[in-house]
Every structure is written in C-alpha cells, then in structure tokens.
Design a protein around this ligand. Structure first.
Ligand code: PRP
Ligand code: URA
Length: 227
C-alpha cells in the first residue's frame, strides 16, 4: 500500500478507548485534503464528502453485532453464515448531519431516520437543543448518530442525552463523524464511555473560536449553502 507522509501516517496514539478512527490510507487522506481546501467549490465538496461518508457508514456497520444465520444456496447446500442481530436506525444532528443520511440509505435501503436539531451558539459555542423527532421504537434499535464535525462535543453529547431519554442504551449508539479533535473525543468519553465513535480523521486541536484546526471550516455552510 502507498505510504503517507510521516505527519499524516498515524492517528494520535493516546485517544480514548471508544474512539475508532478509520485506517489512514492514501485515498482517505486525499479525500480529506480535497474538502479541507478552501478553494474547493461546493459541488466538489459534496462529492468528496459523500465518498468519505460512504466509508464511514461501511465501517460503522462493521461495529454492529451479528448472529448465526443459515441459508440454502442455489446448489441446494446449506450455508451457515451470519446476519445482523438487531434493527438499526439513523439519527442526524441537523443541519450538517443531514448530509450523511443519503450515504446511510445507500447501504441500508429502508432505514428509519430520526432528526435532532441542535445548533451551536456562534458566540459561545454552546450547543442548544431545538427539536427532536425520532422513530417510535427507537429504544429497540441500534442508533447510528450522524454529524460530520466533533469540536467541543457539546452537540453530540446533547444528542446522546436525547437518545438516552428515549430509552436507547449508550452501548447501542455508534457516532459517525468526519473530522474530530482530541478535546471533543475526550469530552464524549468522559460522559458516555460506551458510545463508539467512528471518525474519519482526528485533527490537531480546537482554536480559540472552538473551530477544529486545521479542520475544514463550517461543514454545514460548505455542504449546503456556499458557492
Ligand atoms: C456544527 C457541527 C456540529 C457542531 C460541532 O453544527 O455540525 O453539530 O457544530 O460542534 P461542537 O462539537 O462544539 O458542538 P452547527 O451548530 O454549526 O450547525 P449546522 O449543522 O447548521 O452547521
Ligand atoms: N462546526 C463546524 O462545522 N466546524 C468546526 O470546526 C466546528 C464546528
């Protein structure tokens, strides 16, 4: 496999145990380089983000438990294989998390999707909950929680609070995320150590405005409203 420059080759070694970064391949690093570039236009930003989202969804599904399942093949023989143990649903943190719904649907055709509207205050970076609409039987499902950015962790922590209030145990939540940082991962681990975090890349840190650096700016603006 092609090797990466040393500064990109490895995720930080001291991450909390519930953090599951994607393997650092040339492909992944290249896709992220494209969406980090401030000169990337919205069409390309969407295209390359969607490709990373697909990788994240595929990896997230690897964390779901399976049980033995036997089928009969066209040769007439029984095949002792596996199938997913339980039902799943997606929950997107609006607005940016909605960008990940299509990628989830590509892999899980008729998946139910709930929505939680949480917005970070632009001045204080505090996350505020406005609205939640979730599948009625969410307590019996594994939840793939969707948000591309994990900065302070405030938004994801609030969303998980909502899921737990609706009866979802934290060990049945898998958070799918494009870009995270050590501060956000630690904040999540401190409150919800059983929630798995599948993240495409762990960046260096937060800046004074609580933006991830080097980061990619405001994901929601770049995916939904920029030029
Ligand atoms: C962004 C992002 C996360 C949150 C991350 O959303 O999509 O939800 O900020 O920051 P945090 O970890 O410090 O909470 P934002 O509130 O800007 O809204 P948007 O989805 O409409 O862009
Ligand atoms: N939200 C974003 O979209 N980007 C950041 O860096 C932090 C929060």
């Amino acid at each position: 496999m092609a090797s990466l420059p040393a500064h990109l080759a490895n995720a930080p070694s001291d991450l909390p145990p519930n953090a599951c970064p994607l393997p650092r391949t040339g492909q992944l690093a290249g896709l992220l380089t494209s969406i980090r570039d401030k000169n990337t236009n919205r069409g390309d930003f969407i295209f390359y983000s969607d490709r990373i989202i697909r990788l994240l969804v595929e990896e997230g599904l690897n964390h779901l438990p399976v049980v033995e399942k036997t089928v009969t093949t066209p040769t007439g023989l029984e095949y002792k294989g596996v199938g997913f143990e339980g039902k799943i649903c997606g929950v997107s943190i609006m607005r940016a998390g909605e960008s990940m719904e299509a990628g989830l649907r590509e892999c899980c055709r008729a998946v139910r999707i709930g929505k939680i509207l949480i917005q970070r205050d632009e001045e204080t970076a505090q996350a505020k909950l406005f609205y939640a609409k979730l599948p009625d039987d969410i307590a019996n499902r594994y939840c793939l929680l969707l948000d591309p950015m994990l900065a302070t962790g405030g938004s994801a922590i609030k969303a998980i609070e909502v899921l737990i209030d609706h009866g979802v145990p934290q060990e049945r939540i898998i958070f799918l995320n494009l870009v995270s940082c050590p501060e956000g991962l630690q904040a999540m681990y401190d409150v919800y150590p059983q929630v798995k975090i599948v993240t495409a890349w762990v960046d260096e840190k937060l800046n004074e405005q609580k933006y991830i650096v080097p980061g990619l700016g405001d994901f929601g603006d770049r995916y939904f409203t920029s030029n």
